[in-house]
Design a protein around this ligand. Structure first.
Ligand SMILES: Nc1ncnc2c1ncn2[C@@H]1O[C@H](COP(=O)(O)OP(=O)(O)O)[C@@H](O)[C@H]1O
Ligand SMILES: [Mg+2]
Length: 276
């Protein structure tokens, strides 16, 4: 069993309050989707769950199976079973993809244990095959020179091998063509079990044609403002988000108003933040 529970989570970056009271509970066997327009705090939520140092948690709690996640370092969170597939995975020249994955797998084992090389290679080959990735990708430097789609598949490769108890996939669909989307969808769906909870963050509903989400949330202004099922997803697909704003009396769904958003001002640091 795996349960991630987020209560009244508030977080800020610099002078901006970005998360403003997020409540969410994900249990093993469940898959939740968070949808929402750009700039509403979705990636920030993913980063805060994993402990990105750029964000300061100002209120609320995050627990995994009752353990306080917020007091853990990022690597402790990963070892506890949390996994994040980033919206824009970083390139790490000098570290091969397979070494990186093997180290991450070893880190999840007790200190005096290592994954057997034989078992690792067998699992890696099987996952590369299932993801229909080029066979040289595990042996190249991590994400270095990978295409957008290859980076996304590589995140799923890591997920398959690391077998997290809670996986957060941030815009895993962006940059994927329909065939790649299907492959990624099949691979994620195959992970489904009572020991695996999924949080799928997405801008467009089309990924939800390939990965079934039982609960759909809409994020605006740094909060989950609406929760429903596939019907809600279909309505968003057909009508967009304006009707939700009307219904809730929300004028601007973004957490940082236009003009004040450092990302739109093109400052370097903020640009970097925006790309994450
Ligand atoms: N580290 C940061 N510093 C300053 N502003 C940030 C930072 N991270 C995110 N923001 C701002 O917070 C808002 C929400 O960003 P984000 O969580 O990436 O939204 P989404 O993923 O929903 O598009 C944006 O306006 C973004 O520029
Ligand atoms: Mg985002």
């Amino acid at each position: 069993m795996a349960t991630l529970e987020i209560r009244n989570l508030h977080a800020r970056a610099g002078e901006h309050d970005i998360l403003r009271g997020v409540d969410l509970k994900i249990e093993g066997g469940q898959s939740h989707a968070i949808m929402g327009p750009n700039g509403t705090g979705k990636s920030t939520l993913a980063s805060v769950i994993m402990g990105h140092p750029r964000y300061e948690v100002t209120a609320g709690s995050v627990t995994l199976d009752g353990e306080d996640v917020l007091s853990m370092t990022t690597d402790e969170r990963a070892r506890a079973g949390l996994f994040l597939a980033m919206q824009s995975p970083a390139e790490v020249p000098g570290v091969t993809n397979s070494d990186f994955i093997k180290s991450a797998m070893n880190a999840r084992l007790p200190e005096d244990e290592n994954v057997s090389l034989f078992k690792f290679i067998r699992e890696l080959d099987a996952a590369v095959d299932k993801l229909r990735m080029r066979e040289d990708l595990p042996h190249r430097y991590l994400n270095d020179g990978f295409s957008g789609g290859e980076k996304k598949r590589n995140e799923i490769l890591q997920m398959r091998l690391l077998k997290p108890s809670i996986a957060i996939l941030d815009e895993i669909d962006s940059g994927l063509d329909v065939d790649a989307l299907r492959v990624v969808g099949e691979n994620v769906t195959e992970m489904k079990s009572s020991g695996f909870g999924l949080l799928l963050i997405t801008h467009y509903q089309r990924i939800l044609d390939y990965i079934d989400a039982d609960t759909v949330h809409v994020m605006m202004q740094g909060r989950l403002v609406k929760t429903g099922d596939r019907e809600l997803m279909k309505r968003i697909d057909a009508d967009g988000y304006d009707w939700i704003k009307d219904e809730l009396g929300i004028e601007d769904e973004r957490v940082v108003p236009e003009g004040e958003d450092p990302a739109s001002l093109g400052e370097c640091a903020a640009k970097e933040a925006f790309e994450e």
